[in-house]
Design a protein around this ligand. Structure first.
Ligand SMILES: Nc1nc2c(ncn2[C@@H]2O[C@H](COP(=O)(O)OP(=O)(O)OP(=O)(O)O)[C@@H](O)[C@H]2O)c(=O)[nH]1
Ligand SMILES: [Mg+2]
Length: 444
């Protein structure tokens, strides 16, 4: 066991688990072998019944009362971390929280928790796998309904069970083949071998289908990008203001007003949406504006949907999209409808000034989001880390299907199983855990 891991596992750790700042109630969580000692030192309670609520004064080592707390003791392994855990619910003022954390720090064997250390212990103690821990992190970070649903499913083990099931199948085949390698006098029955290949093939197809998901799960975590682009002065900044009913971007009649990308985060029917206003695209521009244009094109290139704004007063003269964006989903929006002599019904006419057509534009945006990203599959890939491992697994399966040598076949199956195991953390190195739990906040 690496040195830092043994250090980390034997200490009793504590942290504020609820949000920072003032609140009615704050939750301070303690986990580790010294929990009963902690409870008795702070509250005088010597044999707390697990899962019972006690209401007691919490005291400093010199005996003065810090606050009155609700105390919940969970006896390991029936706790979040799998270790003994106690949670103190105290009044959520900074002074109270600080005094309790200080009192905890004075108890021998106790130290503040690192980022994600509670979850990390839960993984190490087999209370959840890595995908479930990452689902928990996503649930804490979820800002919209669809993000919440996806995160909850993952936290409940939807992905972990899928990958474990695939891995079990591979391990089963591998063990069967290896049994024959160990006893060379026995021949593996050809129909058995064919059956194994058939199952590997069907697994490969299942994993490939899982990979071909349009990255919806990852986008749902990160947010869908909508870029507003067009030539200068068509009213892009006015449009972002009208769409968000906020004054987020500067509007002026001077062409080339917007330089930087201005982003607004929105919740659209539960979709997390990042709407971006960009600099007007034109050939001749000074150095700063040119940089703005470069950023605008890059934003459009990364976008899931482009709102291409046209000057309605020039209808039907269309400004073309910059080359390279033609494969994107584009909604062409004719702005300044208030100044259009006629408003053809087959094109999207809006006025950022009067807000006419804005609800209809939102309806179109919603339709595109639902059409392209509305799939509500349970268990979509939510991280690049999973994607990389799954692709590696497919490559090993491909090789396993082409080699005839049994030893090589078993080895490829082992590599494929290991790739899946890396996603759930079944076999994992300390450094990967470091990377993953770094994203957590303290107290989780
Ligand atoms: N009549 C009318 N004028 C509008 C409308 N939308 C924008 N404008 C005007 O058009 C001018 C340019 O608006 P902006 O929103 O700054 O245009 P932009 O596309 O962001 O321009 P750049 O940032 O320079 O690329 C301003 O004078 C706006 O008041 C509209 O719907 N109707
Ligand atoms: Mg602008």
């Amino acid at each position: 066991m690496p040195e830092n891991l043994s250090y980390c596992l034997t200490d009793t750790i504590y942290a504020l688990s609820s949000g920072l700042g003032k609140g009615g109630v704050a939750v301070i969580r303690v986990s580790g072998s010294r929990v009963l000692d902690v409870v008795s030192r702070l509250t005088g309670l010597t044999h707390p019944e697990p899962r019972y609520a006690y209401f007691k004064p919490v005291r400093t080592s010199s005996g003065s009362v810090i606050d009155h707390a609700l105390i919940l003791y969970f006896k390991g392994p029936h706790s979040f971390t799998g270790e003994d855990v106690v949670e103190f619910q105290v009044h959520g003022g900074r002074g109270v929280i600080q005094a309790i954390l200080t009192a905890l720090g004075e108890i021998p064997g106790c130290r503040p928790a690192d980022r994600g250390e509670f979850s990390r212990r839960a993984v190490i103690n087999g209370k959840m796998d890595l995908t479930e821990a990452e689902g928990l992190l996503d649930l804490i970070n979820a800002e919209t309904e669809r993000q919440r649903v996806q995160a909850l499913g993952q936290m409940e083990g939807v992905l972990g069970r899928l990958y474990d099931n695939w891995r079990d199948r591979l391990c089963h085949h591998m063990a069967y083949i290896e049994a024959f390698i160990d006893f060379p006098e026995e021949e593996i029955p050809p129909e058995k071998l064919a059956g194994i290949d058939e199952d590997i093939q069907s697994l490969r197809t299942a994993i490939q289908n899982h990979l071909n998901d349009g990255r919806i799960g990852e986008k749902l975590r990160e947010g869908f990008q909508i870029a507003i682009i067009g030539v200068p002065n068509v009213g892009k900044s006015s449009l972002i203001n009208a769409l968000t009913h906020k004054n987020v971007a500067i509007v002026s009649q001077t062409a080339g007003t917007t330089r930087d990308v201005v982003e607004v985060h929105l919740d659209v029917d539960g979709f997390p949406v990042i709407l971006a206003d960009t600099a007007g695209l034109r050939e001749r521009a000074d150095e700063i504006e040119s940089e703005g244009i470069r950023r605008a094109v890059q934003k459009a290139d990364e976008a899931d949907l482009i709102l291409h704004v046209q000057d309605g007063t020039l209808y039907p003269a269309v400004e073309p999209l910059p080359p390279g964006l033609s494969l994107k989903t584009v909604l062409t929006v004719w702005n300044k409808a208030d100044k259009m002599r006629e408003q053809p019904s087959d094109v999207m006419c809006v006025s950022a000034l009067t807000e006419s057509g804005i609800p209809e534009l939102w309806a179109q945006i919603r339709t595109v989001l639902e059409r392209d990203f509305g799939r509500r599959d349970n268990g979509m890939i939510t991280r690049e880390r999973y994607r990389t491992a799954l692709a590696e697994c497919v490559r090993s399966l491909d090789r396993a299907l082409t080699v005839s040598d049994l030893e090589l076949k078993a080895e490829e199956l082992r590599l494929a199983a290991r790739a899946l195991g890396r996603i759930t953390g079944r076999i994992e190195a300390e450094d990967l855990l470091d990377v993953i739990f770094r994203d957590f906040c303290i107290g989780k």
